[in-house]
Design a protein around this ligand. Sequence first.
Ligand code: AMP
Length: 395
Amino acid sequence: MKTINDFNFKDQKALIRVDFNVPLNEQFQVTDTNRIEAAKPTILKILRDGGSVVLMSHLGRPKGVQEKYSLKHIVSTVSKILGIHVKFIDDCIGDKVEKAVNELKKGEVLLLENLRFYKEEEAGDVHFAEKLSKLGDIYVNDAFGTAHRAHASTTIVAQFFPTNKCFGYLMASEIESIDKVLKNSKKPVLAILGGAKVSSKIGIIENILDKVDHIIIGGGMTFTFIKAMGGKIGNSLVEDDKLDLALEIMKKAKEKNVKIHLPIDAVIADSFSNDADTRVEDVNNIPDGWMGLDVGPKTNVGFSFVIAQCKTILWNGPVGVFEMPKFAKGTIELGHAIADATEDGAFSLVGGGDSVAAVKQFSFDKKVSYVSTGGGAMLEMLEGQVLPGIEAINN
Ligand code: AMP
């Protein structure tokens, strides 16, 4: 894997694809700076080497040029985080931009306007990518969040840098941490899959069956499995068209010697609300009119026991409706168990949308080994897909 450590950027202009798709409030202030902070080490290494930096990113989903999606709104925040004055130019290709890049001195940073103001970006247009390629000597991809998209700036542009291309630190650590789970894992390996639906996790389950020793299943997905096995699930979330699939997964897991751990009890509620009446019930004996919204206390103990034995742990998806305090306990206890296992030497990777929100909400993000920044990109890697943004650098 070629990273920025393999290059000396002295007197070189680095064209870096970053993911500065950050949330803005109504005053156009950045409300979460994580993605900018995440790109900082890459940018600083290049500047320290004596190079200059051209940053390109998208922001939101603009339809043509829309001022509210202009990256000019984030310039002051990027400057503050990097500790230097960042220049901005209100376009991302063309003579004016090339001139600004040529005038860039060592130690300087230029941020380009939103790439998605051009439809050619998402279309992966080669001519557009070629114009982008004129803006740097070395292409650096540090935008893991868009690595699963074959867009002009994430993938196509790389072909214009046959040898002068590499991953930034963020991309490299994302790839390494997923490899630690899927390829170079210490056994026993555990995958914890929660969230709402089997259908959105099936690709992952199928790919990891060959790589893990244990799978913990929680969240809304549970009830498709429980119903498939003949349990009573009341009004719990279920995908009736996936019952056979659930049984097939259980069968395949058995054949491959993978142990599937399902909840044994659930916190059930008489409505999907934090004000609902609740009680604990066996997971396969939920009365009509009630639904399972969190794992129960016996399940928490069982899951923690499994987690404590594992040396590699992947966590994707909450095991209950953690957004409502009444149904957050299972997810919190799971987080504690993973934090303890990590302290005892296990490698733990958390990723994919809502589980990242959950670990942050309950402050587990510092207690696990790695929290992925790329929801969709990480899910696709876990499904065993080759991401175009990664392939474009490796080829
Ligand atoms: P996902 O995006 O697939 O990881 O799903 C995350 C969502 O699953 C969260 O918003 C949770 O509230 C939801 N969820 C977790 N457990 C349940 C459950 N038992 N019933 C319904 N939704 C759930």
